[in-house]
Design a protein around this ligand. Structure first.
Ligand SMILES: CC(C)(COP(=O)(O)OP(=O)(O)OC[C@H]1O[C@@H](n2cnc3c(N)ncnc32)[C@H](O)[C@@H]1OP(=O)(O)O)[C@@H](O)C(=O)NCCC(=O)NCCS
Length: 169
Protein backbone atom coordinates (compact mmCIF):
# COMPACT_ATOMS: atom_id res chain seq x y z
CA UNK A 1 0.00 0.00 0.00
CA UNK A 2 1.52 3.28 -1.07
CA UNK A 3 0.63 5.24 2.04
CA UNK A 4 2.55 2.91 4.38
CA UNK A 5 5.81 4.72 5.14
CA UNK A 6 7.45 1.73 6.79
CA UNK A 7 6.62 -1.75 7.88
CA UNK A 8 4.96 -1.95 11.26
CA UNK A 9 7.45 -1.25 14.01
CA UNK A 10 7.51 -2.64 17.51
CA UNK A 11 7.74 0.30 19.86
CA UNK A 12 7.08 -0.10 23.56
CA UNK A 13 3.51 0.68 24.71
CA UNK A 14 2.89 0.99 28.44
CA UNK A 15 0.90 2.80 31.11
CA UNK A 16 2.13 6.34 31.72
CA UNK A 17 3.93 7.36 34.91
CA UNK A 18 3.74 10.84 36.46
CA UNK A 19 7.34 11.31 35.26
CA UNK A 20 6.04 11.10 31.66
CA UNK A 21 4.09 14.35 32.09
CA UNK A 22 6.47 16.59 30.13
CA UNK A 23 6.83 14.05 27.29
CA UNK A 24 3.06 13.64 27.05
CA UNK A 25 2.53 17.40 26.87
CA UNK A 26 5.17 17.69 24.12
CA UNK A 27 3.65 14.86 22.11
CA UNK A 28 0.10 16.25 22.44
CA UNK A 29 1.26 19.76 21.58
CA UNK A 30 3.04 18.56 18.45
CA UNK A 31 -0.23 17.07 17.17
CA UNK A 32 -2.22 20.14 18.27
CA UNK A 33 0.21 22.31 16.30
CA UNK A 34 -0.99 20.61 13.12
CA UNK A 35 -4.41 22.12 13.91
CA UNK A 36 -6.49 19.70 11.84
CA UNK A 37 -6.95 16.68 14.10
CA UNK A 38 -7.77 17.90 17.61
CA UNK A 39 -10.22 20.55 18.85
CA UNK A 40 -7.81 22.20 21.26
CA UNK A 41 -4.75 23.94 19.86
CA UNK A 42 -2.98 24.23 23.22
CA UNK A 43 -2.50 21.60 25.89
CA UNK A 44 -4.26 23.14 28.85
CA UNK A 45 -2.59 21.38 31.76
CA UNK A 46 0.73 22.39 33.24
CA UNK A 47 3.33 19.70 33.91
CA UNK A 48 2.20 19.61 37.54
CA UNK A 49 -1.44 19.37 36.50
CA UNK A 50 -0.61 16.56 34.11
CA UNK A 51 1.24 14.69 36.86
CA UNK A 52 -1.88 14.91 39.04
CA UNK A 53 -4.11 13.74 36.17
CA UNK A 54 -1.88 10.71 35.71
CA UNK A 55 -2.58 9.65 39.31
CA UNK A 56 -6.33 9.40 38.71
CA UNK A 57 -7.27 5.69 38.85
CA UNK A 58 -10.36 6.34 36.71
CA UNK A 59 -8.24 7.41 33.76
CA UNK A 60 -6.00 5.20 31.70
CA UNK A 61 -3.13 6.92 29.94
CA UNK A 62 -0.97 4.85 27.64
CA UNK A 63 2.21 6.06 26.02
CA UNK A 64 4.24 4.73 23.15
CA UNK A 65 7.98 5.39 23.32
CA UNK A 66 10.77 5.48 20.80
CA UNK A 67 13.67 5.44 23.26
CA UNK A 68 13.26 8.64 25.31
CA UNK A 69 10.70 10.24 23.01
CA UNK A 70 6.98 9.78 23.67
CA UNK A 71 5.50 9.33 20.21
CA UNK A 72 1.92 8.38 21.05
CA UNK A 73 -0.56 9.15 23.83
CA UNK A 74 -3.91 7.49 24.45
CA UNK A 75 -6.36 8.47 27.17
CA UNK A 76 -9.46 6.68 28.34
CA UNK A 77 -11.55 8.67 30.81
CA UNK A 78 -14.41 6.89 32.49
CA UNK A 79 -17.54 8.66 33.70
CA UNK A 80 -17.25 9.86 37.28
CA UNK A 81 -20.89 9.33 38.30
CA UNK A 82 -22.72 6.14 39.21
CA UNK A 83 -24.90 6.69 36.16
CA UNK A 84 -22.04 6.83 33.66
CA UNK A 85 -19.18 4.87 35.17
CA UNK A 86 -19.74 2.14 32.59
CA UNK A 87 -18.79 4.58 29.81
CA UNK A 88 -15.35 5.92 28.87
CA UNK A 89 -14.19 8.52 26.35
CA UNK A 90 -11.18 7.73 24.22
CA UNK A 91 -8.61 10.17 22.82
CA UNK A 92 -5.44 9.36 20.88
CA UNK A 93 -2.63 11.33 19.27
CA UNK A 94 0.45 9.97 17.52
CA UNK A 95 3.32 12.12 16.33
CA UNK A 96 3.32 12.73 12.59
CA UNK A 97 6.42 10.63 11.79
CA UNK A 98 5.09 7.60 13.64
CA UNK A 99 1.68 7.25 11.98
CA UNK A 100 0.54 4.38 9.79
CA UNK A 101 2.90 1.94 11.53
CA UNK A 102 0.25 0.11 13.52
CA UNK A 103 0.94 2.07 16.71
CA UNK A 104 -2.64 3.42 16.91
CA UNK A 105 -4.12 -0.02 16.37
CA UNK A 106 -1.96 -1.51 19.12
CA UNK A 107 -2.65 1.31 21.58
CA UNK A 108 -6.41 1.12 21.09
CA UNK A 109 -6.27 -2.67 21.37
CA UNK A 110 -4.53 -2.33 24.76
CA UNK A 111 -7.09 0.24 25.88
CA UNK A 112 -9.97 -2.08 24.96
CA UNK A 113 -8.38 -4.79 27.15
CA UNK A 114 -8.08 -2.39 30.08
CA UNK A 115 -11.68 -1.28 29.60
CA UNK A 116 -12.88 -4.89 29.63
CA UNK A 117 -10.88 -5.66 32.78
CA UNK A 118 -12.28 -2.56 34.49
CA UNK A 119 -15.96 -3.17 33.86
CA UNK A 120 -16.40 -0.54 31.15
CA UNK A 121 -19.25 -1.42 28.78
CA UNK A 122 -19.08 1.34 26.20
CA UNK A 123 -16.31 3.48 24.72
CA UNK A 124 -17.15 6.74 23.01
CA UNK A 125 -15.08 9.00 20.82
CA UNK A 126 -15.54 12.03 18.61
CA UNK A 127 -13.67 12.58 15.36
CA UNK A 128 -13.73 15.26 12.66
CA UNK A 129 -15.51 13.99 9.53
CA UNK A 130 -12.42 15.13 7.57
CA UNK A 131 -10.12 12.77 9.54
CA UNK A 132 -10.54 9.79 7.25
CA UNK A 133 -7.45 7.92 8.51
CA UNK A 134 -8.69 8.01 12.08
CA UNK A 135 -12.20 6.93 11.05
CA UNK A 136 -10.70 4.02 9.07
CA UNK A 137 -8.66 2.99 12.09
CA UNK A 138 -11.70 3.05 14.39
CA UNK A 139 -13.91 1.19 11.90
CA UNK A 140 -11.24 -1.46 11.44
CA UNK A 141 -11.15 -2.01 15.20
CA UNK A 142 -14.93 -2.43 15.44
CA UNK A 143 -16.16 1.06 16.38
CA UNK A 144 -19.58 1.89 14.99
CA UNK A 145 -21.16 5.18 13.98
CA UNK A 146 -23.47 6.51 16.65
CA UNK A 147 -24.36 9.93 15.32
CA UNK A 148 -23.19 13.14 13.80
CA UNK A 149 -23.27 16.81 14.77
CA UNK A 150 -23.44 18.81 11.59
CA UNK A 151 -21.12 21.83 11.17
CA UNK A 152 -19.87 21.47 14.73
CA UNK A 153 -16.41 22.87 13.92
CA UNK A 154 -14.93 25.53 11.67
CA UNK A 155 -11.50 24.49 10.40
CA UNK A 156 -9.43 26.21 7.71
CA UNK A 157 -12.42 28.12 6.37
CA UNK A 158 -14.89 25.27 6.21
CA UNK A 159 -17.50 23.74 8.47
CA UNK A 160 -16.73 20.21 9.59
CA UNK A 161 -19.06 17.62 11.12
CA UNK A 162 -18.40 15.93 14.44
CA UNK A 163 -18.67 12.14 14.00
CA UNK A 164 -19.66 10.24 17.13
CA UNK A 165 -18.41 6.65 17.30
CA UNK A 166 -18.79 3.94 19.88
CA UNK A 167 -17.52 0.49 20.81
CA UNK A 168 -19.67 -1.83 22.93
CA UNK A 169 -17.82 -4.26 25.18
C1 LIG B 1 -5.57 8.28 13.77
C2 LIG B 1 -4.36 7.62 14.36
C3 LIG B 1 -4.55 7.42 15.86
C4 LIG B 1 -4.22 6.21 13.71
O1 LIG B 1 -3.09 5.57 14.24
P1 LIG B 1 -1.97 4.99 13.26
O2 LIG B 1 -0.94 4.36 14.10
O3 LIG B 1 -1.53 6.07 12.35
O4 LIG B 1 -2.81 3.91 12.43
P2 LIG B 1 -2.44 2.40 12.13
O5 LIG B 1 -1.10 2.30 11.50
O6 LIG B 1 -2.68 1.58 13.34
O7 LIG B 1 -3.53 2.08 10.99
C5 LIG B 1 -4.83 1.67 11.30
C6 LIG B 1 -5.69 1.59 10.05
O8 LIG B 1 -6.04 2.87 9.61
C7 LIG B 1 -6.07 2.93 8.19
N1 LIG B 1 -5.08 3.91 7.80
C8 LIG B 1 -4.06 4.36 8.53
N2 LIG B 1 -3.39 5.28 7.84
C9 LIG B 1 -3.99 5.41 6.65
C10 LIG B 1 -3.76 6.21 5.50
N3 LIG B 1 -2.76 7.08 5.43
N4 LIG B 1 -4.59 6.11 4.46
C11 LIG B 1 -5.61 5.23 4.49
N5 LIG B 1 -5.87 4.45 5.56
C12 LIG B 1 -5.07 4.53 6.62
C13 LIG B 1 -5.80 1.56 7.71
O9 LIG B 1 -7.04 0.91 7.53
C14 LIG B 1 -5.05 0.94 8.84
O10 LIG B 1 -5.26 -0.42 8.93
P3 LIG B 1 -4.32 -1.47 8.13
O11 LIG B 1 -2.89 -1.03 8.34
O12 LIG B 1 -4.62 -2.79 8.77
O13 LIG B 1 -4.74 -1.38 6.71
C15 LIG B 1 -3.05 8.42 14.11
O14 LIG B 1 -2.84 8.49 12.71
C16 LIG B 1 -3.06 9.83 14.68
O15 LIG B 1 -2.75 10.02 15.84
N6 LIG B 1 -3.39 10.84 13.87
C17 LIG B 1 -3.32 12.25 14.26
C18 LIG B 1 -4.17 12.60 15.47
C19 LIG B 1 -5.57 12.11 15.33
O16 LIG B 1 -6.17 12.14 14.28
N7 LIG B 1 -6.13 11.65 16.47
C20 LIG B 1 -7.50 11.16 16.52
C21 LIG B 1 -8.45 12.28 16.69
S1 LIG B 1 -10.13 11.68 16.87
Amino acid sequence: MLWKKKETISLDIRKAYPSDARGIINCMQSVMDEKIYLVSEYYLLTERGEQERLKNPDELTLVCNDNELIVGVLTLQRGMYKKNRHVANLGIAIRRNYRHMNVGTRMIGNALEWAKDNGIKKINLEVFSTNVNAIKTYRKLGFEYEGMRKNQFFINGQYVDDVLMTYML
